[in-house]
Write a protein that binds this ligand. Sequence first.
Ligand SMILES: *Cc1c(COP(=O)(O)O)cnc(C)c1O
Length: 381
Amino acid sequence: MLNFEKEINFIKSHYGNQDFTPLHEPCFSGNEKKYVLETIDSTFVSSVGKFVDLFEEKIKEYTGAKYAIAVVNGTSALHMSLLLAGVEQNNLVITQSLSFIATCNAISYLGAEPAFIDVDSKNLGLSAEALKEFLTEVELKEGIPFHIPTGKKIGACVPMHTFGFPVEIDKIVQLCDEFNIPVVEDAAESLGSIYKGKHTGTFGLLGTYSFNGNKTITCGGGGIIVTDDDKLGVLAKHITTQAKIPHRWEYKHDYIGYNYRCPNLNAALACAQIEQLEVFIANKRETAITYKNYFQENENIKFILEPNESRSNYWLNAILLKDNDARDQFLTESNDHGVMTRPAWGLLSKNKMFENCYKKSLIVSEMIESRLVNIPSSVTK
Ligand SMILES: *Cc1c(COP(=O)(O)O)cnc(C)c1O
């Protein structure tokens, strides 16, 4: 008898007792094929085409952002957003250690370094409390924020809405505003998650989404940058398109640009997926309620619920086991029996590239790292 046989069977049955229950399977039951074929027939498969424009329009409409710029993936969206926020070589960028590696890689692409602070146990994302504490080490010199212990300039703050649960982004933005620190929201996992009636990703100076294969909706590979800032919105499009000065035939450039524009082929897929986004989220939220009701009876497993005043997309459902041994047992038994589960990411501050970076107490992050398991969360029920 397995320790978690009942739980594993329950998850299996929720997804129709398949031989293998994936963690997060995409669903292409809408206009995906039609739109992708349309791009092929039109010959406009690359970075110019009607679906790129439509993708951006749809995201603006859905999130309420003034500008949306489609790029090749979520990592490049973060890279560009940090650049646009003014992050420079040797800056510190405040972020959480409990995140996917892309958050820190993007910071490193600019020669900046992460400074790690703890996450909030209520939402698993950057803690407003921990930020407030960290900011006691920051002083403004002629309006520029400097971190006293390291002497480094603070370039930005990057909160991440972990597994789709919104952080207390209003508080975080307010605290950062007091110190002239731009906020770049890593909303890669939280498309469709709303905090106090406003879309995650639209509170900071810039926000980013990912459309990788395992995200709530996917276009194979893709990302979006959102902002309400007129100057940055226009500049974002420019620098992700090799910074070419628009002209009918001349090739002249006024900036070191990037070839980060989303191909029309991928944007076509994205447009078809956005049409189904609210249905997917409704399904995911139903799955979350099913899990919640089931795990409620179990005193050894805690199902993580969306925080107050928010609607989570429940991108990846998460449970907390009693301790690290129980977590390993759950991971082994579920994966051995065809139910795909995974632990939280290893803390970013433990990777060798980042182990010497500045960090504060990461007690909550460490607790989550050792006890959390993500359980199947596909968009269909
Ligand atoms: C998925 C993800 C990204 C990066 O997205 P890609 O599209 O895979 O480059 C960035 N940050 C977080 C937290 C993510 O989960």
